[in-house]
Every structure is written in structure tokens, then in C-alpha cells.
Write a protein that binds this ligand. Structure first.
Ligand code: MG
Length: 158
């Protein structure tokens, strides 16, 4: 049996924080404010995977007032979500994400992100898609004050 889940995340961008997107460090002067590393793609994908199995959300499994997750590597969120799926009798099939960011250009990093996410999820590269868009100058994302990501995940019974 197949099931599908959706995920979304956004973070404010502030000067001097590392910019981590899709488990990859992208050189830039601004990065996401947040309790964890603020990786919007990893967080949206984690919520999509949890959502597909109706296992709650990232805030329930990784509360942002828990010091264990302070500046946490978001790879942990993904690998833990896959473990939770396994316990519930599911495995990921494929995932797709859109990251919305005005600058910098992400095209040179997309393949590296897909590879890192595929590794974390135990999926082949062709089952992991990441796409990047700008917000065309509109709103907080368009003004360079925020980053956001949308994701879907398909899972199937083991
Ligand atoms: Mg987040």
C-alpha cells in the first residue's frame, strides 16, 4: 500500500549563521535563525515522511526546547523519521522538495543535496528530487529575509 505526505518549513535569515540546505553547506553571509541548523529542506522532508504515516510532526518528535536538538544536524531528523516509519511498517519510496530562496543561486548545489538526502533516507538518487526557485522579489523570501521549503514524500508498506 502506498501513502503520501506533505511538509513545509520556513526560517528567518540572519547575518552570520551557516546556510545549510538539503544537508549541504552553501557559502553565504546569511543563514537560518533557529534552534537546530534550520535546514528547511530536511525539515520539510521530515514532516512529509512523518505525515505520510500519520506519525505527527517534527515539533512533536524533536521539540525545540529540548537541548538535545540545539544546533542539531538535521540529518538526524531524517534518519529518525525513517526509523519511525520502519517501526510503523513503512519505507520511503520517493521524495520531492522545492526550496524558495532569493539568493544565492542553488543550481550548483542541487546534485550534492540530492546525494546527501538519498544517503540519509536510504534511497537511490533517482528517487530524491530537489528543485530551487526564487520568490521573484515578493514578500519576506523575495526580500532575502527568509527561506522556505515545500516537500512531498511517498511511502509504502514494507
Ligand atoms: Mg525548521
Amino acid at each position: 500500500m502506498s501513502r503520501i505526505g506533505i511538509g513545509y518549513d520556513s526560517h528567518r535569515l540572519v547575518m552570520g549563521r551557516p546556510l545549510i540546505i538539503g544537508l549541504v553547506h552553501v557559502a553565504f553571509d546569511y543563514g537560518p535563525e533557529g534552534h537546530s541548523d534550520g535546514d528547511v529542506v530536511a525539515h520539510a522532508l521530515t514532516d512529509a515522511l512523518l505525515g505520510a504515516a500519520a506519525l505527527g510532526d517534527i515539533g512533536r518528535h524533536f521539540p525545540n526546547n529540548d537541548p538535545r536538538w540545539k544546533d542539531a544536524d538535521s540529518r538526524l531528523f531524517l534518519t529518525h523519521a525513517v526509523e519511525l516509519l520502519k517501526h510503523a511498517g513503512f519505507r520511503p519510496v520517493n521524495v520531492d522538495a522545492v526550496v524558495v530562496l532569493e539568493r544565492p543561486k542553488l543550481a550548483p548545489h542541487i546534485l550534492t543535496m540530492r546525494q546527501a538526502l538519498a544517503d540519509a533516507l536510504g534511497l537511490p538518487l533517482d528517487a530524491v528530487s530537489v528543485k530551487a526557485k526564487t520568490a521573484e522579489g515578493l514578500g519576506a523570501v523575495g526580500e532575502g529575509r527568509a527561506i522556505e521549503a515545500h516537500a512531498v514524500a511517498m511511502i509504502e508498506t514494507i
